[in-house]
Design a protein around this ligand. Sequence first.
Ligand code: 5GP
Length: 193
Amino acid sequence: MQLLEERIRKDGQIREGNVLKVDSFLNHQIDIDLCNEIGREFRRLFPGDRITKILTIEASGIGIACITAQYFHVPVVFAKKSQSINLDGDMYTAQVESYTHKRTYDVILSRKFLTEKDRVLIVDDFLANGCATAGLVELVHSAGAAVEGIGIVIEKGFQKGGRMLRERGIRVESLAIVEAMEPATGTITFRQQ
Ligand code: 5GP
């Protein structure tokens, strides 16, 4: 997505540990016009009426998922990050290792909001090693629901998440795939799609 790549080049900041900071338009301050275009593009990539729900993870995924859902006219449900697993059995749970915070946490989702009838589009801001997204896939499978696809705003193509998920036969659509980031010069190279 040309508009997104241009914005990443202009405002993205390369940080230590292969972290791309996009706080000024996606992760802290949110550019709603850009988000609208992101939602429209996800809709173009996943046409038809199969999708019944959009699933994301708090916090950064929620805004993107909500704007995207306006193009699909389906509810958004988000997995919550939890310190301790609620053991009363009304939650699906999965373990996720945080890329940016380098720790493991549980994500939970109420059984009420995902059932075996659902066909789910998973949406998130970043795909790096794929832990967050794989955790969401696990929640969908726990519910007996189907993963229709995964929509990612920025994939870091030099990390293993995208390949791992695609090798599992899951359709992953990333609007920008970063192939390389050069901290010294600030150069960001994108995969041609
Ligand atoms: P993964 O689980 O795929 O390794 O990492 C995905 C999650 O980590 C995303 O939900 C995102 O919040 C965070 N993340 C991973 N890499 C980056 C990055 O380069 N920049 C930012 N801002 N977040 C990242």
